[in-house]
Design a protein around this ligand. Structure first.
Ligand code: AMP
Ligand code: ZN
Ligand code: FE
Ligand code: FE
Length: 309
């Protein structure tokens, strides 16, 4: 994948110690379904006064080395990360992994499998569109996505680009949402296996945007199986939801994280800068980082596998 670093970061952050620390730990680039390069994303983060960022692309860590370099050049702290689409008892939920060892062989091979699942799903979605007389070609979607981890937003953008829909919202509403004609169920890793995969790669496992996934009943089991944290601050969480999940996180002694879930210009204005995780939470996350030399063993019953949901 060739995503040239065309745009220079616009601003340098204030020197350390002169401004409060704020992190955004949930961000996407065009290595999955965002529209920014890592360099553009780092530049926007610095512009908004972020002192730490993590890149959490869907099912890939490919953008992390470039994002790390871009952040370093701006004096912004960087955490490697990824967002895994998982399931528990039939419900989809997203697990964020932080401090991942990017060279971990098991992580690399499992991510490749998830990406293959995503690529096959694009073919299936396009076939369904063709069945209802929308002559979109899979090649158009792959050319537009230009990444190993394509998703529904790429199909939606291709539908808009080729004039079949007037907006991404329309593409989701008419074709791509669950139970719409081009929606295809996806093989997903179980949430427990996702956490085991993250742990064996030296990372911490965090439940992403619980307010969006109707998975509150699963939280005690996730905690029992090693969940490390919860994303209480998120662009789509109301203040009441944030307070609610902060209370749950405290009850379970979970780390607290937060992020904008910025996808660039994929849907209106970029969200970066809209969620600023106070530095105190970020410091606690770093304190609980597993020792890099001694990554935790996977859970004994957890062999990564996929299940259709
Ligand atoms: P996928 O992982 O292929 O199922 O795609 C999920 C992604 O689609 C999410 O991460 C969002 O970025 C995006 N998405 C979900 N619903 C919508 C929507 N209604 N409009 C635009 N993007 C959406
Ligand atoms: Zn996304
Ligand atoms: Fe998500
Ligand atoms: Fe996300």
């Amino acid at each position: 994948m060739n995503h040239p670093a065309t745009v220079q970061p616009p601003a340098r952050p204030p020197p350390a110690g002169q401004a409060p620390a704020f992190a955004d730990l949930h961000l996407h680039t065009l290595f999955s379904d965002g529209t920014f390069t890592p360099e553009e994303l780092a530049g926007h983060g610095a512009h908004f006064g972020l002192t730490a960022m993590s890149l959490t692309d869907h099912d890939t860590v490919e953008g992390c080395p470039r994002m790390a370099l871009a952040c370093q050049a701006l004096g912004v702290e960087f955490l490697s990360g990824a967002e895994l689409t998982a399931e528990m008892e039939g419900n989809e939920l997203h697990i964020l992994g932080y401090f991942l060892d990017l060279e971990n062989p098991t992580l690399q091979s499992e991510l490749k499998k998830f990406q293959a699942v995503r690529q096959r799903r694009i073919h299936e979605m396009v076939a369904r569109l063709n069945q209802i007389s929308i002559p979109l070609r899979a090649e158009s979607v792959f050319a537009l996505a230009n990444c190993h981890s394509p998703g529904r937003p790429h199909v939606g953008r291709a539908l808009v680009r080729e004039g079949f829909c007037s907006s991404l919202d329309e593409a989701f509403d008419r074709f791509l949402k669950k139970n719409r004609p081009a929606w295809v169920p996806k093989f997903k890793i179980s949430a427990l296996d996702a956490m085991a995969l993250i742990h064996q790669a030296g990372g911490l496992a965090v439940l992403a945007h619980p307010g969006l996934n109707h998975c509150d009943d699963a939280i005690p089991e996730l905690v029992a199986q090693g969940l490390d944290g919860m994303e209480c601050f998120h662009s789509k969480h109301t203040a009441a939801m944030t307070a609610y999940y902060l209370e749950i996180a405290a009850r379970h002694n979970l780390l607290v994280t937060g992020g904008s879930d910025c996808h660039g210009y994929s849907k209106g204005k970029p969200l970066i800068g809209g969620v600023k995780l106070p530095g105190i939470y970020f410091d606690k996350l770093k304190e609980r980082r597993p020792a890099p030399a001694a990554p935790r063993a996977p859970h004994p019953q957890s062999t990564p596998s996929h299940g259709l949901v």
